[in-house]
Design a protein. Sequence first.
Length: 363
Amino acid sequence: MSDNKEFLSLLKTDLDLFAEHVYCFTPMGDVKNLPNGSTPVDFAYSIHSAVGNKMVGARVNGRQVPFDYQIQNGDRIEIITSNNSKGPSRDWLSLVRSTQARSKINQWFKNEYKEENIQKGKELLENYCKTKNILLAPYLKPEYMRKVQTRYSCKDWESVLASVGHGGLKEGQVVNRLVEEYKRDHQKNIITEEILKDRKGTAKPEMTGSSKSGIVVQGMNDVAVRFSKCCSPVPGDEIVGFITRGRGVSIHRTDCVNVLGMSESDRERLIEAEWQIEGKENGELYPTEIVIYANNRTGILNDVTKTFLEMKIDITSVSTRTSKQGRATLCICFNITGVEQLNRIISKIRNIESVIDIERTAG
């Protein structure tokens, strides 16, 4: 090029082809890529949060411009800052186009006015409860508050209040979540106490009744039964029930590590359970998982999966890892009808070359 002006003119013409972005320069000549329609505020925050927070003005190509000026391709931008700046204005949120700038502005308001936001958040929650005739105090228990904190990714309750104060959360969301957790916990306690009360009412009830789950629980009819995922019991396993808080009875294998490691208080919630037709497979499918340890070799995974295919057993997931010592570990989840079918598949896999051992997961 014969001179710099010709170069910049051609460059600007080429960059206009990229409609979604604008390319501009810092006073030192560094290139910045910003969304189309960006303003000097976007540019300032793309340099650093401190530059944006202390911004009091901007010059484009040596000429002072307003904050809402839309940057053009090839513009050279200089940000004017001052230590006496009061910080960003909320109006800037309507000017910026980049997510980065909007996030940094919101963060500034969160940090700068946290105390004010906390107080405002408290007032908003109280006012909401008054309009809905809700007494807030019973719901402000630590366990319910923690659930709300987790749900909205806040590190503590003050952060929840601050978020409500600056508009990041609606007060109705927070109150409704607290009420929901209270009701859920209250219902759990009622159900659990009823089950324990019924259990204590008889010395040793007989195993009676029937269940869609194929499980009979000692002295209980129409109780919700679910199979624990930690040990995945299947027909033929020795099982035991655990009275949960509000979710009925959870069925575990008796060798489940979670059962073996229970505290004395939790053991009081254990209750006898058995399959309706002991040792028989009823055609229902139950998920289970085994871990295969083998010397790693080419085709080991193929040989294992082929065995499942031959036995017409559906595999639901497979994960493998290999150690530096050349040992392969294969975790396989699949659906079976009961222990007898499980034993048959394990027996066949043990005969595969390189297989060292097979374990069934127990929690």
